[in-house]
Design a protein around this ligand. Structure first.
Ligand code: CP
Length: 330
């Protein structure tokens, strides 16, 4: 049984297979590739793109979806082993997950990082609980560590634009926000770009380091694919000659000593036209969305013809139907 809660579940071969089919399927009529199948979509956190695109995958593929919002008409779920369940969580994953698995063919789960402790978040207890207790395949719709479907859509968008991602210089840049956000999207961009053979540059202010285990894994992917990973606090250096500028806000490393207000302290990191002009002439702008205009990214970047954010969001649908196919073939 195949799961897809992290890029390592696909590896470089799985990534290539899913992207190739997603790009091919985008050119033709929608294949009805999952007739009668049911996707169970479990949301611990809000969503626009992820929910709509997975429901579209189910409906256009000839199947259907059951959407559950944990804590919103669905019991709050406990994941801690040995917990005394005398709080607001009425049911444990140990019962809830195998029960759901009796009703559906795939379970997809969104469960964000807590953000208070990077080491605890790295254990990713909820998505790993689903993997442990489910008898059907599990897909991550963003967990504490990775957002693999986003990373797939990002690389599909880069490949559609440039034809190949081998040695493609891409820059992941930190951006300010009104509050600390999880690191799953930057983690997945880094991992997936490295696995796709890109020359990945990561730029952030001091104190906003990503998980060291994720950086090490990205370096390992890059070694296998001929890509590279570099990390800097110098944004100009990271932007020079880059063909993709990928902006994302995330919170400080929890051991950095920086408080939550630190996300507001570097307004000069908001991606502006001046930043884009330091990149290659044909550089595209990407962001997973949602984004806060003129906090993370200036209007002039999002409204520019080289902004690919809507294509990138469309590609969530294409990579996810290909991913579902890859999983069911497993
Ligand atoms: N990019 C993304 O996952 O969007 P949503 O949070 O709206 O699902």
């Amino acid at each position: 049984m195949r799961h897809a809660t992290k890029l390592a579940d696909l590896g470089v071969d799985g990534l290539e297979a899913v992207l190739a089919q997603a790009i091919a399927w985008k050119q033709g009529p929608h294949p009805r590739h999952i007739p009668g199948k049911i996707l169970g979509l479990v949301f611990f956190n809000p969503s626009l793109r992820t929910r709509a695109s997975f429901e579209a995958v189910a409906m256009r593929g000839g199947g259907s979806a059951i959407v559950l919002e944990v804590g919103g008409g669905v019991w709050k779920l406990e994941d801690r082993i040995g917990a005394v369940m005398d709080g607001d969580k009425a049911e444990h994953l140990k019962e809830a997950v195998p029960v759901l698995a009796r009703y559906v063919d795939i379970l997809a789960v969104r469960t964000f990082a807590g953000g208070a402790d990077d080491a605890a978040d790295f254990l990713d207890p909820v998505i790993n609980g689903f993997r442990q207790y489910s008898t059907v395949p599990v897909i991550s719709m963003e967990s504490a560590v990775e957002h693999p479907c986003q990373g797939l859509a990002d690389m599909m968008t880069a490949r559609e634009t440039f034809g190949s991602t081998k040695k493609l210089p891409v820059t992941l840049t930190w951006a300010p926000h009104i509050k600390p956000l999880p690191k799953a999207v930057p983690d997945s961009f880094l991992l997936t770009a490295a696995a796709a053979g890109c020359e990945v540059r990561v730029a952030h202010p001091k104190g906003f380091e990503l998980h060291p285990q994720v950086i090490a894994e990205a370096e390992s992917f890059a070694k296998a694919t001929g890509g590279s990973v570099s990390i800097t606090n110098n944004l100009d250096e990271a932007l020079t000659g880059s063909r993709v500028v990928y902006t994302k806000a995330w919170g400080p490393a929890t051991k950095s000593g920086l408080g939550p207000e630190a996300v507001k302290q570097f307004p000069e990191w908001m991606t502006s036209r001046a930043h884009m002009e330091k990149a290659a002439k044909d550089a595209i702008f990407m962001h997973c969305l949602p984004t806060r205009r003129n906090v993370e990214v200036a209007d002039g970047v999002l409204d520019h013809p080289n902004s690919k954010v809507v294509d990138e969001a469309e590609n969530r649908f294409h990579v996810q139907r290909s991913l579902v196919d890859w999983i069911l073939k497993g």
